[in-house]
Write a protein that binds this ligand. Sequence first.
Ligand code: ADP
Ligand code: MG
Length: 322
Amino acid sequence: MAVSEFDIIERFFRRNSTQREDVVLGIGDDAALLQLPADRQLVVAMDTLVAGRHFLPQAAAFDIGWKALAVNLSDLAAMGAEPAWATLSLTIPAADEVWLEGFANGFFQLAEHYHVDLVGGDTTRGPLSVTVQVHGLVEPGKALRRSAARAGQQLFVTGTLGDAACALQALQADHAPDPDLLRRLNRPQPRLDFGLALAGTGAAAIDISDGLLADLGHILDASQCGATLWVDRLPCSPGLETIQDIDVTACQLYGGDDYELCFSVDADQAERLSNLGQQQQLSITAIGVIESQTGIRCTHNDGSLYTPHGTGFDHFRDTADG
Ligand code: ADP
Ligand code: MG
């Protein structure tokens, strides 16, 4: 590499962007020193993005930087945690300064928005791969767990589903995706504010990264219950509604990369939460009910069963007839 590893860290990553007071020692020593509040639990999550697997080779550096942090913050949102710090392990094939600049700009734009400090990491040479670890804080007892769903609760989802999957399908078919849908794929918005609002409500929550059916399945497995899912009521963006020749419901059920929150709460919380969503300009949609019978039953508005089909059917662990 023309520039040294030290130069890369100094020039692109040692920004001390938000200068949080709880960062006693950030980038530059052998490890970071972080001051934890006495009355909070530490919430830790890590996700890796591998070139060719989690993003296409033509993806912009800015988008990769943004998304690497966003998918991690989305995990904190699903725990009801407030984000605080991040570490970054970056493996790059070469010290391409234009690429590094774009990557750092994407990463820090999101980091600054949520007041997250990058406090350390590692930089190595090899096939492009990005690992981010995030650290958040939550009041003891208030974290959102997958195992908290109970029969009788209503099932909700934030925002809209299927945009990212639709954009990815277009890219893979060498078509130009609708720009709004592509933005959902490249710049996911972690639902941190809504996750914080859910904290302490006893809701079961998960962020949708692998598709609604797969991720809802994780809540149901952890909670040892099942659900009826109303497939005709899944929230759809105006952009996705206009797309022709595509199975919208399949994108919504099996498509990944939405990074919306799926959660279940007692029915008496529904109105308050949807008002809260409105304040945050985030739609909250009821999409089904939790039941004691295991498995996911997908139904149409008229009560008839929806038969799963199309790509991603393999994700469907429990079939419609239970
Ligand atoms: P060491 O050899 O002690 O592991 P490094 O040279 O790997 O030290 O890292 C030096 C400092 O730079 C450390 O504080 C480390 O956390 C930080 N660092 C290295 N790479 C990154 C990166 N990609 N992003 C943020 N901080 C980094
Ligand atoms: Mg190191």
